[in-house]
Design a binder for this molecule. Structure first.
Ligand SMILES: Cc1ncc(COP(=O)(O)O)c(C=O)c1O
Ligand SMILES: N[C@@H](CCCC[NH3+])C(=O)O
Length: 436
């Protein structure tokens, strides 16, 4: 059955169960909309990456891309599992530090890092800055000079390949706001600037070709392209890379159309490719770093909603509306992302109708799922949307002054609130009065 392909079960009451906990009980206890994560699945995903590197005897860092979902609780799990953390802002860096992540295991990304962000990185002795552009080289150098410090850096390059994914989540192509182009001389210029810079240890290259990628082929192509450059730099400067960061982007199942491959396959193929090149180049195997986000938390999470109003337009379409929407999951509106949903309280009932699931925002584009086969829906039913663990909470907004939903972790039959639902007081807490 289709549900077998997801890490959730249906219990004897016909309710969806996650991490051994009945989702209907969770909806009653915490209210909806509610994000629920199975921590055992998160751990299992972390271990797929970490253990494969270990089994292959390769020095590596698996850096969780915390943009996918950042909070104290998730980063505590990430820390327990021995991962590093990739952050892209002061807020993500602050959260990682507060969660107790060892600063040496934090990598700072970003195409427009501010001086405050770089200062914070330097002051906290984080492990590595992934340098993205010439402006940043100057800024970072002046901050390091000022603090009389030295920092490990790698540079982000765009290998110039397009991944089969939505344009907005494609990042490794030439026409991208991220990184230095490998083919027009910019990466070489950055390399020279950093190699001669007494304030940095220039360790190697980074590339991230995009997101939700289901095959290993493009990772191999990207690695080949990086090595073409490394061959040049070894010949011209005797440069030997210590680190090769091949980014994230490993695909997960949202709907039946998605056919993810086991996560260890990516690691095996990357290691094989880097080993081949290193042997050819006659250099020691560099440390291999990867940055999975979605594949760590994506299918470990679901969102529970309560169905409210319904609208039947004869000959056109049936809409059901839920108590959340684009405020807790912007991905359908932003990327036309597709999700699967089902009734959490009647998961075994036969699908005898088709509905489109609308959010409650004042926006026609606030649709979560189009044309979902489902049993006849009653207002008050609990709808579960699957695989919402990545880029759901982290991209949530307060549009229409809707409160951000709560987050609950479940593991081995136990549930724990890890992010409180926002209150109306929270929503106005930063508002200042304009009355004299
Ligand atoms: C530099 C970088 N690393 C890692 C990721 C994580 O990607 P994903 O969540 O698809 O694994 C992203 C986001 O796409 C990224 O831009
Ligand atoms: N937010 C994107 C992925 C991040 C792309 C940026 N590197 C998503 O939901 O798919």
């Amino acid at each position: 059955m289709f549900m077998d392909q997801y890490p959730y079960q249906i219990n004897s009451l016909g309710h969806i169960e996650i991490g051994g906990v009945d989702t209907v009980e969770l909806a009653n206890k915490y209210g909806t909309p509610l994000y629920v994560y199975d921590v055992a699945v998160i751990r299992e995903r972390c271990r797929s990456f970490v253990d494969t590197f270990k089994q292959l005897g390769v020095r590596a860092q698996v850096a969780y891309a915390s943009k996918a979902f950042s909070s104290i609780a998730i980063l505590q799990v990430i820390k327990q599992e021995g991962l590093s953390v990739d952050v892209v802002s002061e807020g993500e860096l602050y959260t990682a530090l507060q969660a107790g992540i060892n600063p040496e295991k934090i990598h700072l990304h970003g195409n427009n890092k501010s001086s405050r962000e770089l200062e914070m990185a330097v002051e906290n002795h984080i492990g590595c800055v992934v340098v993205d552009n010439f402006f940043e080289i100057e800024l970072l150098t002046s901050i390091l000079k000022h603090h009389n410090k030295k920092m490990d850096v790698i540079i982000r390059v765009t290998p110039g390949i397009k991944s089969k994914t939505h344009q907005y989540i494609m990042t490794g192509n030439e026409d991208s706001k991220f990184g230095f182009d490998l083919h027009n001389g910019q990466a070489d210029e950055a390399f020279h600037l950093l190699l001669e810079n007494p304030h940095v240890n220039f360790k190697g290259l980074h590339c991230h070709i995009g997101s939700q990628i289901f095959d290993t082929e493009r990772f191999v192509t990207a690695t080949n392209i990086l090595f073409n450059k490394l061959v040049e730099w070894k010949d011209s400067h005797g440069f030997i890379p210590k680190v090769l960061n091949l980014g994230g982007g490993f695909g997960i199942r949202y709907t039946e159309e998605d056919q993810p491959i086991p996560l260890h396959h990516y690691v095996e193929k990357l290691v094989e490719t880097v080993k081949e090149h290193s042997e050819q180049l006659d250099i020691p195997l560099p440390e291999i770093w990867i940055e999975p986000g979605r594949s760590i938390v994506g299918d470990a999470g679901i969102t529970l909603y309560t169905v409210g109003s319904q609208k039947h337009i004869p000959g056109v379409r049936d809409y059901i509306s839920v108590d959340g929407g684009m405020t807790d999951n912007i991905r359908p509106a932003l990327y036309q992302a597709k999700y699967h949903g089902l009734l959490a309280n009647r998961a075994n009932d036969a699908n005898d109708t088709v509905v489109s699931v609308a959010g409650k925002c004042c926006e026609s584009g606030d649709m979560l799922i189009w044309d979902l086969p489902i049993p006849k829906v009653n207002s008050g039913d609990i709808l579960a949307i699957l695989s919402t663990g990545a880029y759901g909470y982290s991209m949530a907004s307060n549009y229409n002054r809707i409160q951000r939903a709560a987050v609950v972790f479940v593991e081995n039959g136990q549930d724990k609130l890890v992010i409180k639902r926002e209150t109306y007081e929270d929503i106005i807490s930063h508002d200042l009065s304009y009355e004299s």
